[in-house]
Design a binder for this molecule. Structure first.
Ligand SMILES: Cc1cc2nc3c(=O)[nH]c(=O)nc-3n(C[C@H](O)[C@H](O)[C@H](O)COP(=O)(O)O)c2cc1C
Length: 339
């Protein structure tokens, strides 16, 4: 279906592209992807997220050594199949694996072969779109979502064959843009009708509903899941999230060479002043699997986190957090309809 725009003064095209979703996303019972978190996501968290009805995900690089990825995908596949058998009335949501498609990731070929073996249903690619990776995933029937920080990269990703987009807006945990989510989604929706998952500071049911109202299909949620029992983060990190809000987040490129959002408290704990961090350069980026993997060192002590954590006040099981989101989402919808 095309939506006509009959305002002759509008800068937007006269028709918005027809919206469509691949079956794997269309079948979701709740419009959320729990996003991949470096070091933190693990099979236990992914399984809990999928069982609760949201897409669970993890970076392939979290499995170390590389051979562990096979074991982890076997564990996820078996646990979700067992759940579906026991609960045919509420099957698990599909899972996603994140591939860092940056040139320094020397494990990409290996990790893609393991993903092919398990026919991973959704692959999330970050840091550079690659045609061969997209084609390989689509050949086994998977769907590729690529994360982007602006409309130019969004066009490039779709031109290179990605199925969908993850606009990472201002305030997102980890590497983030400075763009308003309203601007990003509106610009993408002028030309793209496929799957869009909005990322950045979403930590409540009303924010999930807002992302759909804005034009996204799904909300993409990261930091809120750090404060869950299954997350592989130290207690101090989880606790800091429950005690902080957007004032406690700093946007800096000092640690990885790319701008991202971090908890100021973790920077102070490391003996630095979060309000006076020096600038860095992108050549610092390194996702190699050997000793030189400086990304891992940075993320272990300097805690990535988005601005939305004011809504997260306690550590709980991931399933309970999803149940809370679902409750809040229904309440927000009812309140809007009643207004
Ligand atoms: C600690 C941390 C680690 C992250 N690691 C990754 C990663 O390995 N790959 C990736 O694509 N995105 C990563 N992200 C970004 C998230 O997937 C997502 O875009 C972001 O968390 C969404 O914003 P929110 O945290 O405000 O919900 C990370 C984010 C955080 C907070």
């Amino acid at each position: 279906m095309e939506i006509a725009n009959d305002n002759p003064y509008s800068p937007y095209p006269m028709t918005a592209p027809a919206r469509y979703l691949p079956p794997v996303l269309k079948s979701l019972r709740f419009p959320v992807i729990a996003s991949p978190l470096f070091i933190i996501s693990n099979p236990k968290l992914v399984i809990a997220q999928c069982k609760a009805g949201v897409v669970g995900s993890m970076p392939a690089l979290n499995a170390r050594p590389a051979a562990q990825l096979d074991e982890w995908l076997a564990e996820i596949t078996e646990a979700l199949a067992a759940h579906d058998k026991a609960h045919p009335e509420s099957p698990a949501a599909p899972y996603a694996i994140n591939q860092i498609v940056h040139k320094s990731n020397d494990r990409l070929d290996h990790d893609m072969q393991v993903c092919e073996k398990y026919q991973v249903p959704i692959v999330i690619t970050s840091l550079g779109a690659r045609e061969d990776v997209n084609r390989a995933v689509q050949a086994w029937g998977g769907v590729v979502l690529h994360d982007v920080i602006n409309n130019v990269f969004a066009h490039k990703a779709i031109e290179k064959g990605a199925d969908g987009l993850i606009p990472v807006a201002a305030g997102a945990g980890g590497h983030a843009s400075v763009k308003s989510p309203f601007a990003m989604v509106a610009e993408i929706r002028q030309w793209f009708g496929g799957p869009v998952a909005l990322s950045g500071a979403i930590s409540s049911g009303s924010a999930i509903l807002a992302s759909q109202a804005m034009g996204a299909d799904l909300a993409y949620i990261g930091s809120a899941f750090i404060a869950t029992e299954e997350a592989r983060a130290v207690d101090g990190y989880k606790q800091m999230i429950t005690e902080c809000n957007s004032d406690d987040i700093v946007y800096s490129n000092f640690y990885t060479g790319i701008h991202g959002n971090y908890l100021k408290g973790s920077i102070r704990n490391a003996g630095m002043d979060p309000d006076h961090l020096p600038e860095s350069d992108p050549s610092k980026m390194n996702f190699a699997s050997g000793e030189g993997a400086n990304a891992a060192k940075a993320w272990k002590d300097i805690w990535g986190c988005g601005q939305g954590i004011g809504a997260i006040r306690e550590v709980m099981p991931a399933g309970e957090l999803v149940a809370r989101f679902k409750r809040e989402y229904q309440e927000a919808k009812a309140a809007l309809l009643a207004a």
